[in-house]
Design a binder for this molecule. Structure first.
Ligand code: UAG
Ligand code: ATP
Ligand code: API
Ligand code: MG
Length: 495
C-alpha cells in the first residue's frame, strides 16, 4: 500500500513529506517496528508514543502517524486523534476483514467469556468455521494464541481478523470490554450482532461512575445498525438482557433490531422451570423459533442467562433450536469457571473467576444451593483496579460463607497487605467476628489452610483467578494456578 492511500482514509489529515512511498505494515510499539512499517504514535495512559518515534525510525519505520509534527526527517501523517486514525487505517490496511465475516460481539460486566464460548461451540457444530477472541485466548482453525487482555487494540484486532478470514473463518465471536469501547479498539469493526450480558459494579478506577461505565458499554450499541437494516444481509441485532435495567438505555441508543432474553414473560427468549444441582442446570426455554428443555453441564443460575444470550444469538444466525440444544448440552464447562478440582477428597473444591461483587455473589449463591457442609471461601481483589469493590466483596463473601480466607489476587504494583485491609474494612462494617475469617497475604498458604480446615461435605471456593496460570506481583508474572495449588494441597493433606 502507498502512504498516500493510507492517508486518504481520513478526511482531516495532513501529510508532510513524500506520500508516494510503499508501506508494508503498521505498528504502535517502537520495540516491535520492522523495516517498512508506519509507526503510529499513541498518547498512552502511562507514556506518550510520540516520545518513541525516533526509536521507531531507528528500527526502520518509513513514516509516522502523529497528532503533531515531529522534528524527524520522514513523511508524517498529522491527525487529530491517532487512536481513531489507527482504527480507520488498520481496517483499510487489512481490507476491512470484519465485513467478510459475521461478527458477534459480547459485552457486559460478567459472562462475556462464557457466552462467547457457547456461541463459538454452536456455530462450529453447525459447520460455520468460527473464531474466538477473549480473555482466555484467541483461537481459530485449530490454533490457539495467548491473549494479554480481553479485547485487543484496533491494530492487533484487524490483523487477527484478516488472518482469520484468510484461514476460512466465516464467523468471529469476541468479547468487547468497556475499556476497548472507551479507547475505540473496535471502532471500524463491522458487527452484525452485539450481545449484552449484564451491568454491575467493576472498573470504577477507570470509568469513575456507573453512569460513565454504562455509557462506555452504550457505545457498542450506538455504533450498531444502519439505514439498510431491513435488507436481509445487512441486518444488525442488539441482543439484550431484559432483566437488566441498563438494557432499556442500550435499546434507546441503538438503531439495530432489539431482541431480548430473560426470565420474564416479555422477553423474546425466556427460561422457566430452572433447576440447579451440583451436576448441572436444567431449564425450559421458549423462543421465537419454538421451545425445548435444556440440560446444561454448567452449574449456576447465571449460566442460564449466558445460555439464553447464546441461544438468541444462535437463532438470529439461523441455527435450529434442536442443534443449539445439542451444542449447549455438550459443553462440559469453561476453563476456570465453576471448575471442580477432584483429587478424591471428601469435600468439594471449586475454582471460579468471580472477580466482581455480582460475580462473587452469584457463584456463592450457587455453591450454597448444593453445599451440604460449610462454605469456605478463598478470595482477594486485584491491585491497580477498582478499589471500591473490595469492601463490598468482603461483605458478600462473609454473607454467603461460613469462613472467609482473605488473600491476594494479582496485587500488581499495590501493597498486598493494604488490599487485604480494604477488603477487611467491609468485614468490619458488617461486624463479621474475627473467628469467621483470616487474612493471609500468600495465596498458596491461604489455599493450603482452607483445604486443611475442610471437613467432609464442605465446599472450598477459590475465587478470582479462574483460568489464570500466573500471579502478577509488582511488574512480574509468577507461575501460579489455583487448580494446581489446590491439588498439591489436597495431596499434601495426609502428610
Ligand atoms: C488502561 C489501558 O487500557 N491501557 C492499555 C493502553 O496502555 P497505555 O495507554 O498505558 O499505553 P502506554 O504504555 O502508555 O503506551 C503508549 C504508547 O507508547 C508505545 N510505546 C511504549 C513504550 C515503548 O518503549 N515504546 C512504545 O512505542 C506503546 O506501544 C503505546 O502505543 O494500551 C496498551 C496497548 O494497547 C494496553 O496494553 C494497555 O492495557 C493495559 C495493559 C491494561 O491493563 N488494560 C486493562 C485495564 C484492560 O484493557 N482490560 C480490559 C478487560 C476488562 C474486562 O475484563 O472487563 C481488556 O479489554 O483487556
Ligand atoms: N451472567 C453472569 N452473571 C453474573 N455473573 C456471572 C455470569 N456469568 C459468569 N459469572 C461469574 O463471573 C465470572 C467470570 O465469568 P466470565 O469469565 O464468563 O465473565 P467475563 O465477563 O468474561 O469476565 P472478564 O471481565 O474478566 O472478561 C464467572 O466465574 C462467574 O463467577
Ligand atoms: N479483566 C479483569 C480481570 C480481573 C481478574 C482478577 N484476577 C484481577 O487480576 O483483578 C481485569 O483486568 O480487571
Ligand atoms: Mg472475559
Amino acid at each position: 500500500m502507498k502512504l498516500n492511500e493510507l492517508a486518504s482514509t481520513l478526511t482531516i489529515a495532513q501529510i508532510t513529506g513524500n506520500g508516494d512511498i510503499t508501506i508494508t505494515g503498521l505498528q504502535t510499539d517502537s520495540r516491535k517496528v520492522a523495516p517498512g512499517d508506519v509507526f503510529i504514535c499513541l498518547p498512552g495512559h502511562t507514556v506518550d508514543g510520540h516520545d518513541y518515534a525516533a526509536q521507531a525510525v531507528e528500527k526502520g519505520a518509513v513514516a509516522l502517524v502523529a497528532e503533531r509534527q515531529l522534528d524527524l526527517d520522514l513523511p508524517q501523517i498529522i491527525v487529530k486523534d491517532s487512536r481513531y486514525a489507527m482504527a480507520v487505517m488498520a481496517d483499510a490496511f487489512f481490507g476491512s476483514p470484519s465485513s467478510h465475516m459475521k461478527m458477534i460481539g459480547v459485552t457486559g460486566t460478567n459472562g462475556k467469556t462464557t457466552t462467547t464460548y457457547l456461541i463459538e461451540k454452536m456455530m462450529n457444530d453447525h459447520g460455520v468455521p468460527t473464531g474466538l477472541i477473549g480473555t482466555i485466548q484467541m483461537r481459530y482453525g485449530g490454533r490457539t494464541f495467548p491473549m494479554s487482555g480481553t479485547t485487543p487494540e484496533a491494530l492487533e484486532l484487524q490483523r487477527s481478523l484478516d488472518d482469520m478470514s484468510a484461514n476460512g473463518v466465516q464467523c468471529c465471536v469476541m468479547e468487547v470490554s468497556s475499556h476497548a469501547l472507551e479507547q475505540g479498539r473496535v471502532k471500524g469493526t463491522d458487527f452484525r450482532t452485539a450481545v449484552f450480558t449484564n451491568l454491575t459494579q467493576d472498573h470504577l478506577d477507570y470509568h469513575k461512575t456507573m453512569d460513565e461505565y454504562k455509557a462506555a458499554k452504550g457505545l457498542f450499541f450506538a455504533r450498531l445498525g444502519n439505514k439498510f437494516a431491513h435488507q436481509k444481509n445487512q441486518r444488525k441485532y442488539a441482543v439484550l438482557n431484559a432483566d437488566d435495567e441498563a438494557s432499556s438505555y442500550f435499546a434507546k441508543v441503538t438503531a439495530a433490531e432489539v431482541v431480548t432474553y430473560g426470565l420474564g414473560e416479555k422477553a423474546d427468549v425466556r427460561a422457566s422451570n430452572i433447576s440447579i444441582t451440583a451436576q448441572g442446570t436444567s431449564f425450559h426455554v421458549d423462543t421465537f423459533r419454538g421451545s425445548t428443555d435444556i440440560n446444561l453441564k454448567m452449574v449456576g443460575k447465571f449460566n442460564v442467562y449466558n445460555a439464553l444470550a447464546a441461544i438468541t444469538a444462535g437463532l438470529l444466525e439461523g441455527l435450529e433450536l434442536d442443534g443449539i440444544k445439542r451444542s449447549l448440552e455438550s459443553v462440559p464447562g469453561v476453563d476456570g469457571r465453576v471448575e471442580s478440582v477432584d483429587e478424591g477428597q471428601p469435600f468439594a473444591v471449586i475454582v471460579d473467576y468471580a472477580h466482581t461483587p455480582d460475580g462473587l455473589e452469584n457463584v456463592l449463591k450457587t455453591v450454597n444451593e448444593f453445599a451440604k457442609g460449610r462454605v469456605i471461601t478463598v478470595f482477594g481483589c486485584g491491585g491497580d483496579r477498582d478499589r471500591t469493590k473490595r469492601p463490598t466483596m468482603g461483605k458478600l463473601a462473609a454473607k454467603y460463607s461460613d469462613f472467609v480466607m482473605v488473600t491476594s489476587d494479582n496485587p500488581r504494583t499495590e501493597d498486598p497487605e493494604l488490599i487485604l485491609k480494604d477488603i477487611e474494612a467491609g468485614l468490619h462494617e458488617d461486624s463479621v467476628p474475627q473467628e469467621r475469617y483470616q487474612l493471609i497475604v500468600d495465596r498458596r498458604e491461604a489455599i493450603q489452610k482452607a483445604i486443611e480446615m475442610a471437613s467432609p461435605d464442605d465446599v472450598v471456593l477459590i475465587a478470582g483467578k479462574g483460568h489464570e496460570t500466573y500471579q502478577i506481583i509488582g511488574h512480574t508474572k509468577y507461575d501460579f494456578d489455583d487448580r494446581v495449588v489446590a491439588k498439591e494441597a489436597i495431596r499434601g493433606m495426609d502428610k
